[in-house]
Design a protein around this ligand. Structure first.
Ligand SMILES: [Fe+2]
Length: 403
C-alpha cells in the first residue's frame, strides 16, 4: 500500500526550512464510459487501448444471457478478433488463472476484455499480471508485487457490485491453502471501465441482492477507512444513498432499467471510493470464509458488515454519523454513538428485507474454523485500513456475533 505521507528527506544544515507538508491525497481511476447503450462502444474502447486480439473473459451465465453475442458485432466492426475464455467458476481460482493464461499465450492475445461480474474481471486482471510478470499468480499476493508492465484491459461489468472494473485489486482463491489472496497495485487499474446498465437486467434477484450489498459494504467500509479522504468520502456517501434508493426496486423488479441504472451508478461510485480509500475488516474476514467454503462474496459481506460496524463504532462512532445520514437516518441532535447504533440497525433491516440470511450458521459455516479465519484475516491487505485495530481475538468475537 502506498504511504500517503512519506517522510521528507533530511534538510541540509543552513538551508531554508521546508514548508510543512500536510496529508497528501491521490486518486486514480480508469477512463469511465457509462450509460444505457454504451456496449456499442466496446470495440472502439479495445482499439483505443491498442488491442487487436483480446482474450475475452466471460462466464456461462453471461454467455447464456446473450451479452457476449450482442458485443461481437461492435468488436468485429473495428476488426477486433476475440479469443473467448469462459471456463471459470464464481470466486476465481489459482488453477483457472493458470489455464486462462495458457490460452492467452497460445492464442497470441495482446489485451484483456472482460464482460461479466467481479470473478471474470478479477480473472482477466490475474491473466494480465502473468502476461507481464510470469510466475504463478499467488506469487503476487500483497501490494505492488507485480512490477513489470501488463497488457491493456477493458472491463465491462454485468453485476453492478464488485467495483473491480475501476479498482486496483483482484482477489484469487488459493486452492491449496483455502483462502482468498488479495493482489493490489496501480498497474491493476484497467484502462477503460465501460458500464451499460442494461447488462444488469439479466441478473437474478438473489445475485442482485448479493452484489448490491457488496457495493454497500464497499461504500460503508471506504467511508470510515483510515485512508479515506475528501475525494473518496463524497463518492462513498453518494453510493450509500443510491443503493438504499435503488437496490430494493432492482431486487423486486429485475427489468426496471431505472433501478438498474441507479445501482450501476452507485456501484461505480463505491468502486471509485474503495479503490482509493481501501476497505476494512468486513472484507478481510469475508475473504477467508469465502476462500475456505466457496460461498458468494456479497452474501458473506452482508452477514458480517453490521457486526464489524458495531465493533468499529466502539472506538470510532463519529465516522458513522455521515453514513447514518446517507442511510436515511435523521442524525440532527443524535450523539455519534446513537447515530452509529442506528446505522447498524438500518443495515441489518435492509439486508433482512432483501432476504439475506441472518447468520453464518444458516450458510454452513463451522465455528471450529474461526481460529483459522482469524489468523488469515490479519494477513489480508484490507485489515490495515480498518478504523479500529483488529486482533485475532477480535475476529473470533466478530465471527461468533455473526454466527
Ligand atoms: Fe467486495
Amino acid at each position: 500500500m502506498e504511504q500517503l505521507t512519506p517522510t521528507p528527506p533530511a534538510v541540509a544544515e543552513g538551508a531554508p526550512p521546508r514548508p510543512m507538508r500536510g496529508r497528501v491525497s491521490k486518486f486514480v481511476i480508469p477512463e469511465v464510459i457509462f450509460g444505457v447503450g454504451t456496449l456499442a462502444e466496446v470495440g472502439g474502447a479495445v482499439r483505443r487501448v491498442g488491442g487487436q486480439r483480446p482474450l475475452l473473459v466471460s462466464d456461462p451465465g453471461v454467455l447464456a444471457a446473450g451479452w457476449v453475442e450482442r458485443a461481437m458485432p461492435y468488436l468485429a466492426d473495428v476488426r477486433v478478433e476475440c479469443c473467448l475464455w469462459h471456463d471459470l467458476t464464481p470466486n476465481p481460482k489459482d488453477v483457472e488463472v493458470g489455464e486462462a493464461f495458457a490460452s492467452y499465450v497460445a492464442s497470441g492475445c495482446d489485451a484483456l476484455l472482460a464482460i461479466g461480474g467481479g470473478s471474470c474481471i478479477d480473472l482477466a486482471k490475474a491473466v494480465a499480471i502473468l502476461s507481464g510478470n510470469g510466475g504463478r499468480i499467488l506469487d503476487y499476493e500483497g501490494i505492488d508485487r507485480a512490477t513489470s508492465p501488463i497488457p491493456p484491459m477493458v472491463m465491462v461489468p454485468t453485476t453492478g457490485g464488485s467495483g473491480s472494473d475501476v479498482s486496483q485489486f483482484c482477489v484469487v482463491t488459493d486452492t491449496k491453502r483455502h483462502f482468498k489472496a488479495t493482489i493490489g497495485g496501480r498497474a491493476l487499474i484497467p484502462e477503460i471501465s465501460l458500464t451499460d446498465p442494461e447488462l444488469l437486467t439479466t441478473m437474478s434477484a438473489e445475485l442482485t441482492a448479493y452484489t448490491g450489498i457488496d457495493a454497500l459494504s464497499h461504500a460503508i467500509e471506504s467511508a470510515v477507512s483510515e485512508a479515506c479522504d475528501f475525494l473518496s468520502k463524497g463518492l462513498a456517501i453518494a453510493a450509500i444513498r443510491g443503493i438504499v434508493e435503488h437496490l430494493p426496486v432492482a431486487v423486486e423488479d429485475p427489468l426496471d432499467l431505472g433501478a438498474r441504472e441507479g445501482m450501476a451508478r452507485a456501484s461505480l461510485q463505491a468502486g471509485m471510493a474503495f479503490t482509493n480509500a481501501l476497505l476494512g475488516a468486513t472484507h478481510a474476514i469475508a475473504h477467508q470464509i469465502g476462500g475456505a467454503l466457496d460461498l458468494p462474496h456479497g452474501l458473506l459481506n452482508a452477514i458480517l458488515l453490521p457486526h464489524v460496524m458495531r465493533f468499529n463504532a466502539g472506538t470510532h462512532a463519529e465516522r458513522y454519523v455521515d453514513v447514518a445520514g446517507a442511510l436515511g437516518i435523521a442524525t440532527d441532535g443524535l450523539d455519534a454513538a446513537t447515530a452509529a447504533e442506528r446505522a447498524v440497525d438500518r443495515v441489518e433491516e435492509f439486508s433482512r428485507a432483501l432476504g439475506i440470511p441472518s447468520g453464518l450458521h444458516e450458510i454452513g459455516v463451522d465455528p471450529a474454523e474461526f481460529d483459522t479465519f482469524a489468523r488469515n484475516a490479519l494477513r489480508d491487505a484490507y485489515i490495515a485500513t480498518n478504523p479500529r485495530g483488529v486482533s485475532e481475538d477480535d475476529v473470533r468475537r466478530i465471527c461468533l456475533a455473526a454466527y
